[in-house]
Write a protein that binds this ligand. Structure first.
Ligand code: EPS
Length: 399
């Protein structure tokens, strides 16, 4: 089973990710990982750290001469900030911090984490709760994307909302539009609202506030049959929901046009099925279900939207909190932050979607080498028509 684990604190020496279950023979380069990491740093509204931290990486194992070996892959992403100012504060050696943070930020993991793990210093929680961890997810996600590309799947994202500014929902980028999306300062495909989004971010920044929003993830070319209707924990929409919801500050996930469809009648809420005789396949002209029916990929475009709350760290802390030592009412400690991270969240969401799709594709088609994985997929696809022949058999028996 494909799995990955990240380790590392935001201002620690490095982030580490281990990926297990990637078949052998997949061409993966350090440059590809660096390109994806650079995409995660994009977006108007990120803090100063994104400008000076370069995501220096090293591949420690699992890849030889540019090809995967089938063994666990380990990647390290160094934090350039560590050397500059965190060697003492984040030292693993016995000692005490120079300053403890006792006024938890409402909405952040601080207080719940301090109570649960028994800490008086919020830094013991926030270092791991920080979205810096998503850099490690993207490093792993690059490998999942490269694997998916082998079977013709491409995953991309675009920002559809920042604060109260919403993009036109009918503007949906295809894989060839990715550069256009990434060249937008807010990673928004609808250029008509880009300026408004930037103005919204500037206005929030001016008063030390933060903004949430939403990003849509699209997966093109996903084969029919990923996920399953048979068990609750194998449903593809459930798996995507969990993966996207696990991204820091994401509070809701919707699949396809779920929210809009929930307000409609059944006759207007689904995607009619048509038969395309020249290509001998079923097609849809609408994509309301987000490419998933009964927890199974239908072969149609997969779409999911992740909704992010405004970041809980405020450049001008203005929500009341309690000092955990004195129990006095106060405002939270100050911590450097971003005004919004919605553009970056979209990139992370692409990689989490890629994880779910790669894992489910490997579960269905299997294989120890990429060649075997692809052969298994094409064998399944060339036999898809046999569903019809079994229907035909019933008809013959009936007559
Ligand atoms: C973050 C606060 C900022 C962000 C950070 C997440 O970090 P710092 O306080 O060190 O400047 O830049 O995001 C990243 C470092 C990253 O790589 O995405 C937070 O509070 O979660």
């Amino acid at each position: 089973m494909l799995r990955f684990m990240t380790a590392g604190e935001s201002h620690g020496k490095a982030l580490v990710v281990t990926v297990e279950g990637i078949p052998s023979g997949l061409g993966v380069t350090k440059k590809e990982i660096q390109t994806e990491l650079a995409r995660r740093r994009l977006g108007y509204g990120r803090g100063p750290r994104m400008r000076f931290e370069a995501d220096e990486i090293e591949i420690l194992s699992g890849i030889r001469h540019g090809r995967t070996l089938g063994s666990p892959i380990a990647v390290v992403i160094y934090n350039s900030e560590w050397e500059r100012k965190w060697t003492e504060e984040m030292s693993p050696e016995p000692g005490v911090p120079s300053k403890i943070l006792t006024q938890p930020r409402p909405g952040h993991a601080d207080l719940a984490g301090m109570l649960k793990y028994g800490f008086a210093d919020a830094r013991d929680v926030l270092e791991r709760a920080s979205a810096r961890e998503t850099a490690a997810r993207v490093a792993a996600g690059t490998i999942f994307k490269v694997l998916l590309k082998e079977i013709g799947v491409s995953v991309l994202s675009h920002v559809v909302q920042i604060g109260a500014v919403q993009a036109d929902p009918s503007q949906i980028p295809s894989p060839k539009d990715l550069e256009t999306v990434d060249s937008s300062e807010v990673r928004c495909f609808d250029r008509g609202v880009e300026e408004q989004m930037i103005a919204e971010i500037k206005a929030a920044a001016k008063v030390g506030d933060s903004l949430g929003g939403a990003a849509q993830v699209l997966a093109y070319g996903v084969p029919i049959g990923l996920g399953s209707h048979v068990h609750w924990d194998r449903k593809l929409d459930g798996l995507i929901g969990q993966a996207l919801m696990s991204i820091q500050a994401v509070k809701a996930v919707s699949i396809g046009d779920a929210i809009e469809v929930s307000r409609k009648r059944g006759s207007e809420g689904h995607d009619a099925i048509y038969w395309d005789e020249p290509n001998r396949r079923y097609v849809r002209t609408t994509h309301r279900a987000g490419g998933i029916e009964g927890g199974i990929s239908s072969g149609d475009l997969i779409s999911a939207t992740a909704w992010m709350k405004p970041l809980a760290t405020l450049n001008r802390p203005s929500i009341e909190t309690v000092d955990v030592v004195t129990k006095e009412q106060s405002f939270s400690f100050k911590e450097r932050t971003d005004v919004t991270a919605v553009p970056a969240m979209g990139v992370v969401a692409e990689h989490m979607m890629a994880y779910v799709l790669a894992r489910e594709a490997l579960r269905k088609f299997g294989g120890d080498s990429v060649g075997e994985f692809k052969r298994n997929l094409s064998s399944f696809q060339s036999n898809l028509g046999s569903t019809e022949s079994s229907v035909g058999e019933y008809e013959r028996k009936d007559s």
